[in-house]
Design a binder for this molecule. Structure first.
Ligand code: TRP
Ligand code: ZN
Length: 858
């Protein structure tokens, strides 16, 4: 049934032609933008194969070779390709075509975001601008001339340096940009519009003066400073940690409201979802501020890991993404708390990446087969990819890793390379053999390690046996044993006795510790040293011992998470299970003692629905929701006075943005969440909402009111709407929270909100907020037994298929991961998937996922 053909990593062929230079002239108009593309093309080696250029949704006007226009019989044109036979080894090719930015709702290629033109080319969007060899191993030098109406579009931006500009007839003007660094076309960018400009500068360590320019919608200048500060911190961090400096005279960032992803690292001209730029204390939460800093850093770090050294082909995406996520995680850890950052990374991995690896789209961090590349910007490629880089960092040590990075740039600057090249640089720089380790790139699935032990009293010898297992994954791939670094501590009579990095390289290995004076409690996988599930038969007391006494903060937190998970299992077996006093008093201690409140907030947060579902095969989602409610309820009611007391000690009279204040708000709002289960909840929530002087507190109270369906909810929603209706990022939060309401009416209210004057399926942030808020943030009602939740999501995916396939394809995730649930729910989810599969004009993006979910082979 599939009209689309997948591509395979094993079929990679070097290009038959190379493009040395690109000269673009782009005459911007809403519906008929004219693109003139003059390329210098060199045949690679001796062959007489035709030149095949990619092109989609283009209207071809003319093709010329060395200045002579070809007759249409001299080339073949299809929906996706322009094929030209040229018998010259080196020639100039000029292609003229038209595109339609205004009707481009897929937001790939050149499109309009509000009144501005902008572009998005990664992964394969350049072919929607001009005919081209649209693959990352074609590195060309770009010169771009943009022509547009001057009054509407005073700023005309592209990659590199501004080399020429001037006025034209009829109120038009032009700017010409030249980027001296050869680059793949996915890094091409163009923006035209009227903006407010926040200008600053940075002097690099070697004295290069760089202009920093941040473009935002008119009126938003006061919300751009945090992004600018974050950029400067990122530039400084990369110099200090990796000796990497910026390399152009200008670094531009443009914030747009219509964007499929977070942000894009186009050379010298980043384009950002405005969500990751705009912030002020009144309208942005502490998490928003944190995320902006992290995404600004991520895109900045790509200038070296991605742009200066890029990917040979898209199967190598993790070469740049896994590495750049690792770099932004290290940056965030240095800027804030290392432990809390690590915990949040692990939560994301366990709740979403593990589910991806267990679902129908399971793939290695370097995929082997791709139908639609946009489907592989995944948690696996990004987050698990970063874990794989982190494991190398753990194995090689900080200095070894830095030496490897230096060798990588020394060897590959200006090249398009593979993940193998990266690992070779790491290995050659340190002399460490990583040949077994490399299997991580080719193997999907979350490994399981089983730990058992034996204590020999007479010899004071402790031995620990670690085995690895690899559950089958949907890609049907055979599994091999991996090289897994495991940080271990031993707690002997509650004292930390031994800290070691063990390296598991076989299916089973025994590690012996001498001079251990009594049977220790092993503390495993410190700092989450590998993206695996680790099992050891702890007693409840062992876990409580780790919570208090382990050296590693991740382990202390993780032991608490295991305690929560056990309580969930027991509640699933027996609804009347009473959470033991020992557990309650451990939580009480965390709650009342002083210390790092951000860490405490994490310790008091129970694993989420997704993460627990991943641990419980074929669980009935309603039962799991019930168990989660019970656990929260028992903790909240039995520790009610402690939560209330703690809550009140953490309410401060004036707003501050430092780490301590942020941590206090985090813990306070965790308390508020538990108080939502008690009869004090409504008053406290309402009071916090009224007195909040910052968005973190304001939104937390609205959130609690929605998820507990408190009496104060509706008034607060109405007041919030009146107050924030002109701020679209804040309104996204409002739409999202309404999807999370715990009421049988929630699907009706979500449907009604789709008629709200501010709702549009064409705006990805808005669509994700409302539809994703419900389907990914409201397990109870999404998984309703009558299937209405699934039906609603499928209806929206069908509507989005025609508007924006990338957004549709991301939102379908909870439907395709049906296999973790009980049969009755699986049936209902499958029925919706089958309905989507039958849709006429189903996009390649959705087809790949739905076919995988329904096990239809391509
Ligand atoms: N390279 C971008 C990043 O990681 C990701 C990205 C931005 C993207 N926009 C996209 C990927 C559109 C696919 C499609 O920062
Ligand atoms: Zn990235």
């Amino acid at each position: 049934m599939s009209e689309f053909t997948p591509r395979y990593l094993k079929d990679y062929q070097p290009p038959l032609y190379r493009i040395a230079t690109v000269n673009l002239q782009i005459e911007l108009e809403d519906r008929d933008t004219k693109v003139t593309n003059t390329m210098q093309i060199e045949r690679q080696g001796e062959h007489n194969k035709p030149l095949k250029l990619d092109g989609e949704k283009l209207t071809l006007l003319s093709v010329s070779v060395d200045g002579v226009e070809l007759s249409p019989s001299a080339y073949q044109l299809t929906d996706s390709e322009l094929c030209i036979a040229v018998d010259k080894a080196s020639f100039q090719l000029t292609i003229v075509n038209e595109i339609n930015p205004l009707d481009n709702t897929a937001l790939e290629g050149i499109y309009k975001s509000g009144d501005a033109f902008c572009s998005q080319c990664e992964a394969e969007g350049f072919r929607r601008i001009s005919y081209y060899l649209d693959r990352p191993d074609i590195l060309a030098t770009f010169t771009t001339k943009i022509i547009a109406e001057k009054q509407k579009y005073p700023y005309l931006l592209a990659n590199g340096n501004n080399i020429d500009s001037g006025d034209l007839d009829n109120g038009y003007h032009f700017v010409t940009w030249h980027d001296p660094y050869p680059k793949p076309c996915y890094l091409f960018a163009l923006v035209a519009g009227d903006f407010d400009l926040l200008a600053d500068s940075y002097t690099t360590r070697s004295g290069r003066h760089v202009a920093l320019e941040l473009f935002v919608d008119k009126g938003n200048l006061s919300r751009a400073q945090h992004a600018m500060d974050s950029l400067k911190k990122s530039m400084q961090w990369d110099e200090q940690v990796f000796d990497l400096e910026y390399d152009l005279d200008v670094y531009m960032i443009v914030a747009v409201d219509f964007f499929n992803m977070g942000a894009m690292e186009n050379k010298g001209l980043n384009i950002f979802n405005s969500k990751y730029v705009l912030a002020d204390e009144k309208s942005a939460t502490d998490d928003d501020f944190f995320n902006i800093e992290a995404v600004i850093a991520h895109e900045y770090f790509h200038n070296w890991t991605g742009n200066r050294v890029t990917c040979r082909d898209w199967f190598q995406l993790s070469l740049k993404e896994g590495l750049t996520v690792f770099r932004d995680q290290q940056f965030s850890a240095d800027m804030h708390s290392g432990a809390v950052n690590r915990i949040r990374n692990v939560r994301l991995l366990r709740s979403q990446q593990f589910a991806e690896d267990a679902g129908p789209m399971a793939h290695p961090i370097r995929p082997e087969k791709v139908l639609e590349m946009n489907n592989f910007y995944t948690l696996t490629v990004y987050e698990k990819g970063a874990e794989v880089i982190r494991m190398m960092h753990t194995i090689l040590g900080e200095q070894g890793f830095k030496d490897g990075m230096a060798l990588y740039f020394q060897r590959h600057d200006g090249q398009a390379v593979t993940c193998d090249d990266f690992v070779s640089a790491m290995s050659d720089a340190t002399g460490v053999d990583l040949s077994l380790f490399k299997r991580w790139y080719a193997q999907s699935g979350t490994p399981i390690i089983d730990v058992s032990d034996h204590y020999d009293d007479a010899h004071q010898r402790y031995s620990m046996t670690i085995a690895q297992r690899h559950p089958d994954t949907a890609d049907g791939q055979p599994k091999r044993d991996l090289h897994i670094p495991i940080n271990v501590e031993l707690l002997v009579e509650s004292q930390v006795r031994d800290k070691q990095l063990l390296q598991l390289t076989q299916s089973e290995q025994t590690f012996v510790f001498e001079g251990i004076t009594s049977k220790p409690v092993p503390v495993l996988l410190g700092n989450f040293s590998a993206p695996v599930k680790c099992f050891y038969d702890y007693s409840d007391d062992d876990l409580l011992d780790i919570i208090v006494n382990a050296d590693d903060a991740f382990n202390r937190w993780d032991a608490g998470q295991q305690v929560f998970a056990r309580q969930i299992m027991q509640l699933l077996q027996e609804q009347t299970h009473r959470v033991p006093d020992t557990v309650l008093s451990a939580l009480q201690r965390i709650l009342v003692e002083d210390g790092d409140n951000a860490l405490r907030a994490e310790q008091l947060t129970i694993p989420d629905f997704q993460q627990l579902a991943d641990m419980l095969p074929f669980v009935n989602p309603q039962h799991l929701v019930g168990a989660l409610e019970q656990l929260h309820l028992q903790i909240a009611q039995r520790l009610a006075t402690d939560f209330e007391h703690r809550y009140h000690t953490l309410t401060s009279s004036t707003f501050a943005k430092d780490g301590v204040a942020i941590a206090n708000r985090a813990l306070k709002n965790v308390c508020l969440h538990y108080l939502g289960y008690t009869d004090k909840g409504n008053d406290i929530c309402r009071q916090q909402f009224i007195s909040a002087d910052n968005m973190t507190d304001e939104i937390a109270s609205l959130h609690v009111a929605c998820v507990h369906n408190l009496p104060c909810k509706q008034t607060m929603l109405d007041e919030f709407e009146r107050k924030w209706q002109n701020n679209s990022l804040v309104m996204d939060k409002w739409f999202m929270l309404q999807g999370r309401q715990d009421t049988d009416e929630v699907i009706n209210s979500v449907k009604a909100l789709m008629q709200h004057r501010l709702f549009s399926l064409k705006n990805p942030n808005r669509a994700r907020a409302l539809i994703g808020g419900f389907s990914q943030g409201n397990a109870k009602h999404f998984h309703r037994g009558d299937g209405q939740g699934y039906r609603y999501l499928a209806d929206q995916i069908i509507a989005l298929n025609a508007i924006n396939p990338q957004v549709a394809s991301r939102l379908i995730t909870p439907l395709i991961q049906y296999k973790s649930f009980s049969q009755d729910h699986q049936k209902l989810m499958l029925a919706e998937l089958e309905r989507i599969a039958k849709l006429e004009g189903l996009s390649r993006d959705l087809q790949e996922k739905v076919n995988a979910a329904l096990q239809i082979s391509a």
